[in-house]
Design a binder for this molecule. Sequence first.
Ligand code: PSU
Ligand code: MN
Length: 307
Amino acid sequence: MIHPLIQSSPEVRDALTQGRPVVALESTIISHGMPFPRNVETALSVEQQVRDNGAVPATIAVMAGRPTVGLTADQIEHLGKEGLRVTKVSRRDLPQIMATGKDGATTVASTMILAARAGIQVFATGGIGGVHRGAERSMDVSADLQELAQTDVAVVCAGAKAILDLPKTLEYLETHGVPVLGFETDDLPGFYTRETGLQVDHRVDTPAQIAQLLRAKWDFGLHGGVLVTNPVPAEFAMPRKRIEQAVEQALSEAEAKGVTGKQSTPFLLARVTELTGGDSLATNIRLVENNARLAALIAREVAKTHT
Ligand code: PSU
Ligand code: MN
């Protein structure tokens, strides 16, 4: 069941072999998505949220070339301290990092790959990558979307980030057959905000409903992921105007500096954090914790449906 090239912690391995609920967590958000030491504190508190809600957390990365599922606290601290010196690893980077024995922080795309090869079906993150604004010129479309198209993992997020072109991101997901669910909402959440004015495909109101949909999809051989969007709790949401202004400014700076490719998302996130005086970072932390809680509840329901 667990791919032989994967190393896993004893806790995660035991949970998986006994069919107990496990939630995958990514590591690009640690090395590239937040500053030290908040990144390490957040990664550990997110793991705690998963535990408090009855599942086992499995933070995922590549350590010295080994795909690793279930990092130790020391490994999380290492990835957080090294920050941008750790390679951001998406699908296309995995072979190089494995072959050369390096450390890699996994994105949503590569975390899904490692999760699936370990037998984990539920994954919590902050926001997924998507179709960037101006993609009709740059062709910048995150590999996260292509992974959702093919890999059987449910990804719980707070929506696609405000730095993206959300209507185009939804079009891409529709084309590739990825269901976009809204947890207790009809409106697509906008990461820092609860609403975007765009519609999700289906509203769901309980973790059990989500587990039923996952079973129906995968039992019928409809391969690929499911996006579960979970709005940030109202008390932590940001005013839409404020975030939009920060995003516009970050985007024009990125354009002026010629920031492209894999640098784009980390650059924009860091600038938005600076421009909002750290408020967006606080929101980011709260929404990841919120997603971890929901993912744990979904993983419990999914575990019940295994016989
Ligand atoms: N969302 C966040 N913080 C992050 C990311 C997403 O709140 O750091 C990361 C995720 O790892 C996601 C990646 O998979 O950005 C997308 O990068 P790109 O657009 O280069 O595919
Ligand atoms: Mn990109």
